[in-house]
Write a protein that binds this ligand. Structure first.
Ligand SMILES: NC(=O)c1cc2c(=O)c3cc(F)ccc3oc2nc1N
Length: 328
């Protein structure tokens, strides 16, 4: 059926508005409209796109529902490898890491501390500002192409505000509340429950039916750019700010520390706060802030010399929703 200009404009308006509302709700955690308003506009867009499918764009908010059933996952080669982090388990090991860094640099650098989200590493590739590929880490060089599934994750932008080529990396995770609800439902259905949110996220992302992924309420925190492309950033702290400006979901609990002692107090602080977070963390990632210093430290065969993960002992199982402090 041919569409009048008024209809074409209404479809474009609804796609843009619902994308803006979705970004505010899922990425910035600051809703702009109430659910009833969102749902009414969403239903109107669904009806219009059903009547005029030639105007349903692949980055329309209605494209998030999934529906592709893949025969299997294609391999995804990482041009820039995804390394893993070295781990430290004690204050002494952390301070030894700092000593090694200072020995190479000849000075004590600033560090950025980030919560270590206990999810699945993902890599997102954008071309001319559009999401063209999403992949798991795999062995760091070869992962699985999970683009169709990642498109159903509401906090992942399908389109960037600039038409640039970019590759970003981060974690895809399942919030504690979604994990508890999912396991409760599976128990009622006599299905096997997931051991922890990380396994539940992995199982949800590696579904061949993206409708199932869409139902699992996964979220993301992005933390680095594989290549900085046109972005002029010189520190990890700036990179996090830029990623936020590009529309990616960034964990707010990052902190620049001016000494390893300050890093240690950040670690102690979050060791206590951890059980109140609405998502699971398994430690704190400590990174040299300046990219120039990161480059002079480089990588070992499998891990960066400029970062380490201070690991917390395994958290006691997530029990009730009451324990969670939703203000964080
Ligand atoms: N789970 C995480 O929340 C998290 C993980 C990593 C990495 O795995 C990681 C691996 C590298 F080779 C370099 C930097 C990294 O930074 C990271 N930063 C984070 N916040």
């Amino acid at each position: 059926m041919e569409a009048t200009q008024e209809i074409i404009d209404r479809i474009a308006y609804l796609q843009a508005e619902l994308t803006k509302y979705g970004m505010a709700y899922y990425v910035k955690d600051q809703p702009l409209v109430d659910d009833a308003t969102y749902d009414a506009l969403y239903r109107e867009l669904e009806e219009l796109e059903a009547s005029y499918p030639q105007y349903q764009t692949e980055d329309s908010p209605t494209a998030r529902v999934g529906g592709i059933i893949l025969p299997g996952f294609e391999k995804a080669i990482h041009e820039i490898p995804l390394y893993s982090l070295s781990d430290v388990f004690t204050k002494e090991e952390l301070f030894a890491f700092d000593q090694r860094v200072q020995k190479t640099l000849g000075y004590e650098p600033k560090y950025v501390c980030e919560l270590k989200i206990d999810g699945l590493s993902i890599s997102l590739t954008y071309e001319a500002g559009r999401l063209v590929r999403a992949a798991t880490r795999g062995d760091g060089t070869v992962g699985e192409n999970i683009t169709e599934n990642i498109k159903t994750v509401q906090s992942v932008p399908l389109r960037l505000p600039q038409e640039i080529d970019l590759e970003v990396r981060g974690e895809c995770y399942m919030p504690k509340a979604s994990f508890l609800a999912l396991n409760q439902k599976r128990e009622e259905e006599g299905l096997e429950t997931f051991a922890n949110p990380r396994n539940a996220a992995a199982g949800s992302l590696r579904q061949l039916d993206s409708k199932i992924t869409a139902s699992r309420n996964l979220s993301t925190f992005l933390y680095t750019l594989a290549d900085f492309g046109p972005l002029q950033v010189t520190t990890q702290e700036e990179a996090l700010v830029h990623l936020g400006e590009l529309g990616f979901r960034i964990n707010p609990e990052h902190h620049v520390c001016h000494s390893i002692e300050e890093v240690w107090s950040f670690i102690e602080d979050f060791h206590d706060k951890r059980s109140e977070l609405p998502y699971e963390i398994d430690g704190i990632v400590v990174k040299v802030n300046e990219f120039a210093a990161q480059n002079s430290l480089g990588f070992t065969v499998k891990a960066p010399r400029w970062a380490t993960a201070y690991k917390f002992p395994p958290e006691e199982a997530v029990t009730t929703i009451e324990d969670i402090d939703w203000t964080i």
